[in-house]
Design a protein around this ligand. Structure first.
Ligand SMILES: [Mg+2]
Ligand SMILES: [Zn+2]
Length: 224
């Protein structure tokens, strides 16, 4: 095993680790007033993700917290091979980070006993008021003016210092992974991110399960 070539992984959560987007599922289930127009505003980029997500949760009562966690834990399906993928990255000593636009109170319970929380980057929440307040510990740095909420490029820039010269592997499924994909050496894409990679001429490997990713990394002999 060589030590010259280190890799580091930045993996999306919603629609990547889980099969579906949890924020959308939560909104459909708990249906806060006026959430649909807000989603549309996010999608047609008239408001930022940070503003839109903050607004939607601010219309849900704080006392729904346990119900939402329960809902996500029972309804969200983990993509096939994720547990094996974690084991693979651990045995190959490739640092695996989850970088998620999801919220701590449902992201951490899903990943509990799977991945140490210090490797999980997401938005936080505050239940001390009547309605849910989202807070943004991973907001955009001075090199991003996208108002991302959880800014994946900013997280990568911050962690890059810990892994200088490491090969960056980005795994994702949607538009929120595009900027991170531009910074990556290797991209694994599914769903809408495939279209975006094509449009932006970013080389990528398509995947459906985490077994697909393990297979590719094994074949090319990624080593820590
Ligand atoms: Mg996603
Ligand atoms: Zn940003």
């Amino acid at each position: 095993m060589t030590t010259q070539h280190q890799s580091v992984i930045f993996c999306d959560f919603d629609g990547t680790v889980t099969e579906k987007d949890n924020i959308v599922a939560i909104m459909e289930e708990f249906s806060p007033e006026g959430w649909q127009p807000i989603v549309n505003e996010i999608l047609n980029e008239t408001i930022s993700i940070r503003e839109g997500v903050g607004k939607m949760f601010s219309r849900i009562s704080s006392d729904k917290k346990e119900e939402i966690v329960e809902f996500v834990l029972t309804r969200s399906k983990i993509r096939e091979g994720f547990q094996e993928f974690i084991q693979f990255t651990q045995s190959e000593r490739i640092p695996l980070h989850i970088v998620s636009g999801g919220i701590d109170f449902f992201v951490h319970p899903v990943l509990e006993n799977k991945l140490d929380s210090e490797y999980v980057f997401c938005n936080n929440s505050d239940f001390s008021n009547d309605t849910i307040k989202i807070t943004w510990p991973n907001a955009c740095d001075d090199q991003c003016d996208n108002d991302c909420g959880c800014c994946k490029p900013s997280v990568i820039r911050r962690l890059e210092e810990k892994f200088p010269r490491a090969e960056k592997i980005v795994i994702g499924d949607s538009i929120t992974d595009l900027q991170a994909s531009k910074m990556a050496d290797v991209v694994f894409a599914r769903d809408y991110l495939i279209e975006k990679c094509e449009e932006n001429r970013i080389p990528y490997t398509p995947f459906e399960t985490f077994h697909d990713i393990i297979h590719v990394l094994e074949k090319r002999g990624v080593k820590s």
